[in-house]
Design a protein around this ligand. Structure first.
Ligand code: PMP
Length: 447
């Protein structure tokens, strides 16, 4: 009976769209009215009907230099013709070293070792494993507990969904990694609604970590992982002093602090990394997305020297860190990343958000007072506009706004009922005006 139902459903859809099972998408709904992108250039996508669509979200928080940048395209083409693949275990190719060196010039002081992965999710798993193994190689094998944060998003693998704080994961996948706890999230609209930049209230949310330490004892805790700005759960900006407090508590108890900068890395907040913007340096830092401007899948973990050194002094003499991927430091990804770093440098993009953030903030906050807008949050060139949910139908109002903007030629993203903006860093004032005007009209129409 089930298969009949499924067969009937699929005949209603375009047969050509049937085989591809799309990620994080309501497939049946999408396939009835597909949104197809067929080209891109600079700030714009082109769709299959030839319309230009202004990209308000840098693809998926990743195309920081804008689309189809020539230097990156050429770097990938050249690399593909020169060296398509090199095994990354017990072998290497020069661009992997060159890239690591270039990257650690940009990272916060001390984060001077780079380990490559293929995605943000893999970077997260790698960082969590590195943290646990670090304690183990120095004889503190009881430190296995991992602490995440409510409303955190750390990708989709089992470590990431365990330390993450998205309700949907627990509903669909049941029990997670054992030995994981969460500190409170920092969203406090009663005190901080419509804050421009970092909210004033909430540094004390970090003290929740002390409660978990009192409960489990620091000697069992390996690491704490947070996004400096929680992106995928609604653009939550850390309150003033909050990250500093987390750092102090971790230092006091020998716990590693991991920043997941998959969204905030590569210029989003006005510095290469949000750690620099907030003046707090983690022990491990994960990145992806903007690392290659979204062109070729790649992620990375940056580690402090002392973490790396602990492995070098460990007992194993053939393999120091028992972890890696077939495509770690893939030549095409390294070439794309090097082309991306050149493009960021040439266009001054890693600090451009500093110049643009005032205009962006003012435009975004001008939506206060539009129908259903209950909060607006921003920092650098990332922002969120939160809408009151439709009673009993969370996410629906946000999605209607997304669809309306798409129909009017602007791509935004909604997470629940928060409309997120995270445009390419090449954005000009006229693009900001266009995005905000379109969003304003959508808010009015959807109301
Ligand atoms: N961490 C954070 C903070 C993210 O925002 C994301 C993706 N949005 C990930 C990890 C996962 O990255 P990926 O989709 O490349 O696996």
């Amino acid at each position: 009976m089930h298969s009949n139902k499924a067969a009937k459903m699929s005949t209603q859809l375009d047969a050509k769209l049937d085989a591809y099972w799309m990620p994080f998408t309501a497939n049946r709904q999408f396939k009835q009215a597909p949104r197809m992108l067929t080209g891109a250039d600079g700030m714009y996508f082109t769709d299959d009907k030839g319309r230009r669509v202004l990209d308000g979200i840098a693809g998926l928080w990743c195309v920081n230099a804008g689309h189809n940048r020539p230097r990156i395209v050429e770097a990938i083409q050249k690399q593909a013709a020169e060296l398509d693949f090199a095994p990354p275990f017990q072998m290497a190719h020069p661009k992997a070293f060159e890239l690591a060196e270039r990257l650690v010039e940009l990272t916060p002081a001390g984060l001077n070792k780079a380990f490559f992965t293929n995605s943000g999710s893999e970077a997260v798993e790698t960082a969590l494993k590195m943290a646990i193994a670090y304690h183990r190689v120095r004889g503190e094998g009881a430190r296995t507990r991992l602490i995440g944060r409510e409303r955190g998003y750390h990708g989709v693998n089992f470590g990431g969904i365990s330390v993450g704080g998205m309700v949907g994961n627990r509903k669909m996948f049941g029990s997670m990694l054992a030995g994981v706890d969460h500190i409170k999230h920092t969203h406090d609209p009663a005190r901080n609604a419509f804050s421009v930049g970092q909210p004033a209230h909430g540094a004390e949310f970090a003290n929740d970590l002390e409660n978990l330490i009192a409960l489990h004892d620091a000697s069992t805790i390996a690491a704490v992982i947070v996004e400096p700005i929680a992106g995928s759960t609604g653009v939550l900006i850390p309150p003033q002093g909050y990250l500093q407090r987390l750092r102090e508590i971790c230092d006091k108890h020998g716990i590693l602090l991991i920043f997941d900068e998959v969204i905030t890395g590569f210029g989003r907040t006005g510095n290469p990394f949000a750690a620099q913007t907030f003046g707090v340096t983690p022990d491990l830092m994960t990145v992806a997305k903007g690392l290659t401007n979204g062109c070729v899948p790649m992620g990375a973990v940056f580690a402090k020297q002392f973490i790396h050194d602990a492995f070098m002094q460990g007992p194993e003499h053939l393999i120091e860190f028992f972890h890696g991927y077939t495509y770690s430091a893939h030549p095409l990804a390294c070439a794309a990343a090097l082309g991306t770093l050149d493009t960021y440098a040439e266009d001054g993009l890693l600090t451009r958000a500093t110049e643009m953030q005032g205009y962006f903030a003012e435009a975004l906050h001008s939506l206060k007072g539009e129908p259903n807008v209950i909060d607006i949050r921003n920092l650098g060139l990332v922002g969120g506009c939160e809408l009151a949910p439709l009673p009993g139908e969370p996410g629906k109002r946000g999605f209607s706004v997304f669809l309306d903007c798409w129909e009017k030629g602007v791509l935004v993203r909604t997470t629940g009922d928060t409309v997120a903006l995270s445009p390419p860093l090449i954005i000009e004032r006229s693009h900001i005006d266009h995005i905000i005007d379109t969003l304003r009209s959508a808010l009015k129409r959807v109301a």
